[in-house]
Design a protein around this ligand. Structure first.
Ligand SMILES: O=C(O)CCC(=O)C(=O)O
Length: 287
């Protein structure tokens, strides 16, 4: 398939309104054919020989590859795609974190996943202010038959109810390969059943507020020598940053000093607001 021009996106305000009202928004056909091919090719060797999931949540007919941020630049780039970042920058606090970056390939015969929300492990009563945002990038067409993610519009505002115990409508995230669904971490959803003869492949980057513990221990996945090869934004997203004034510090210093010896000599205009606040509050190097 040839790359064709990507049409201009709708104003980000329109997407933000749908995200706030419905709890999700689909951004159709964001990736080019070349980007899709690169992602699929990078993933294929990582899936070889992997066992299927260990339970019906991971999916007993599903291959997952976790911790993708350190497994290829192409994955890290996807997790900081500008169309998604434009939304994250508006709904999460500065210095939000990458919570997990994983692929999910449903094979034929996979059954529906249990209903869940992706922020369910944070013990804060619902309804609650936004804690996390999930995204699911379709690397193959998502159809009702092959297990498109099922979403319950508006359920990000629910209290403690479970979808099995109340009336609700369900929408399938039916979308062509290259599209992404972005949703509030509190939205009830599940992977669908794959009743087709092919697979349904996605990559799911998920993000959380900068004061929460991410699902994956990103600082172990991307220790300083790995983080040095990541973009500035991605370093921040894996935790080389602070939530002001000092959550995330190391030895009383900004964690970027671990991977960037010149950090202290950078012009102040290049620093984020958070880094500036940190430098006011935290001890100076060597002190
Ligand atoms: O595969 C899907 O469509 C959804 C997966 C999911 O929600 C999860 O594993 O948390």
């Amino acid at each position: 398939m040839e790359d064709r021009p990507i049409p201009p996106p709708p104003p980000v305000e329109v997407e933000l309104t749908q995200l706030a009202d419905e709890g999700y928004v689909i951004l159709p056909e964001v990736l080019t054919a070349t980007e899709l091919r690169e992602l699929r090719e990078a993933l294929e060797p990582l899936e070889q020989g992997r066992p299927m999931g260990r339970n019906n949540f991971e999916g007993e007919r599903t291959h997952r590859v976790y911790s993708l941020v350190a497994k290829g630049e192409v994955f890290a780039r996807l997790a900081e795609h500008p169309r998604v970042v434009a939304l994250l920058d508006r709904v999460l606090l500065p210095n939000y974190l990458l919570s997990t970056l994983q692929s999910i390939r449903l094979h034929p015969g996979e059954t529906e996943q249990p209903w869940h929300s992706d922020d369910l492990f944070y013990p804060i009563p619902r309804p609650r202010p936004i804690l996390a945002v999930s995204t699911i990038w379709a690397l193959e067409d998502f159809t009702d038959e092959n297990g498109a993610t099922q979403l319950i519009p508006g359920s990000h505002r629910w209290g403690t109810e479970h979808p099995d115990d109340r009336s609700r409508s369900v929408v399938g995230a039916v979308m062509p390969a290259g599209s992404v669904v972005v949703f509030d971490g509190a939205l009830w959803h599940r992977g669908g059943a794959n009743r087709s003869t092919g697979t349904r492949l996605c990559i799911s980057p998920q993000y959380c507020q900068p004061w929460l513990r991410p699902q994956e221990s990103q600082l172990l996945i991307a220790p300083p020598e790995v983080a040095a090869g990541l973009s500035e934004r991605m370093r921040s997203m894996v935790g080389y940053n602070i939530h002001p004034p000092f959550v995330g510090q190391v030895e009383g210093k900004h964690p970027l000093r671990l991977i960037d010896p010149s950090y202290g000599s950078q012009s102040r205009t290049r620093k984020t607001t958070a880094a500036e606040i940190a430098d006011h509050v935290l001890a100076r190097p060597g002190s």
